[in-house]
Design a protein around this ligand. Structure first.
Ligand SMILES: [Zn+2]
Length: 94
């Protein structure tokens, strides 16, 4: 299982204790011997859980696209974080 982190805004379960797991149309549970994360199972924070549940009849990748269209601010925050990380990585190399 992956850690519980909202795919829309990157908030973790620690910061959003009322978030929940959502199973999408393409959900497949893993066999007991299988290690990893089941397809179509994702966690959303309390701000995005309702929107995610409304899209749970779709495949996860389609649902995520719709959520990201609906919450563009959250995406730009994520991009900014990634850029900051790169900047630090470059700084450390030099
Ligand atoms: Zn969220």
């Amino acid at each position: 299982m992956r850690p519980a982190i909202c795919k829309v805004c990157n908030i973790s379960a620690v910061q959003s204790p009322n978030g929940e797991w959502v199973t999408f149309l393409d959900y497949k549970s893993l066999d007991e011997e299988e290690i990893g994360h089941p397809d179509g199972l994702e966690w959303f924070c309390e701000n995005h859980i309702e929107a995610a549940k409304l899209l749970s009849h779709k495949n996860y990748s389609d649902a995520l696209q719709e959520l990201q269209k609906k919450y563009p601010v959250a995406i730009s925050n994520t991009i900014e974080k990634n850029e900051n990380k790169k900047w630090w990585q470059q700084f450390i190399k030099h």
